[in-house]
Design a protein around this ligand. Structure first.
Ligand SMILES: Cc1cc2nc3c(=O)[nH]c(=O)nc-3n(C[C@H](O)[C@H](O)[C@H](O)COP(=O)(O)O)c2cc1C
Length: 194
């Protein structure tokens, strides 16, 4: 557990021959670390990934996890968090419009205030996902965030309009890596590793 032990040593020359008297040992608990999961989803795949990441993060009680829809996330939410997970669908060869809107609104207010903080990226895609990952990486490079894991892409193999528009049901195999990344970043934050 991440506790700081602070020993206060007070000189008391009158009572102790060697001049040192250990008066207290105070345990001070540091502020709880905060993980912010920002997501957008049209057909539920990215939402399931974000929820799995939050479940994993919940395994680490010393980190407080908030999951916010991209549209509800303000730059103040980004500033007050210590680490991030960004979860988006890939649509039309890009991160989704609302995820882009989130980054457009927060990019400059946050710039130069979050450098060095850890993050992970997750993308739900029908067949590719790599462009959405690249776009997130460019933005997080601008913010000088530190990736704590390889980006996760879950491919739903939805190719027809019907399959693409259908609500997705991701498998355990898809979701477990999201849980693991959520747990890893929450644990690392709690332990002060980043
Ligand atoms: C308008 C539209 C465009 C899409 N374009 C892409 C694409 O460029 N690359 C890709 O891999 N998947 C593409 N898809 C498929 C989605 O990524 C896939 O359906 C995924 O499940 C969406 O995530 P969500 O379930 O969280 O909404 C597209 C879907 C829609 C609706």
């Amino acid at each position: 557990m991440a506790f700081c032990a602070v020993a206060l040593i007070v000189l008391d020359c009158g009572s102790v021959p060697n001049g040192l008297n250990l008066i207290h040992l105070d345990l001070i608990q540091p502020a709880m670390k905060k993980l912010l999961i920002v997501y957008h989803s049209m057909t539920s795949g990215s939402l399931q990934m974000a929820r799995a990441a939050a479940e994993g993060a919940a395994q680490e009680p010393q980190t407080k996890t908030r999951m916010l829809h991209a549209s509800d996330t303000k730059f103040e939410d980004v500033l007050e968090a210590d680490g991030y997970i960004f979860v988006t669908p890939e649509t039309l060869g890009s991160m989704s419009g609302l995820m882009k809107d989130f980054f457009d609104r927060t990019y400059y207010p946050v710039m130069n205030h979050v450098q060095g903080r850890p993050y992970a990226a997750m993308v739900c895609a029908g067949s590719d996902g790599s462009n959405a990952v690249r776009q997130i990486q460019r933005i997080t490079t601008g913010w000088r965030l530190k990736a704590i894991a390889e980006p996760l892409i879950v491919c739903t193999h939805a190719q027809t309009p019907e399959a693409i528009l259908k609500t997705k049901c991701l498998t355990e195999e898809d979701l477990q890596p999201c849980r693991e990344v959520g747990q890893a970043i929450a644990l690392g934050l709690a332990m002060g590793l980043f």
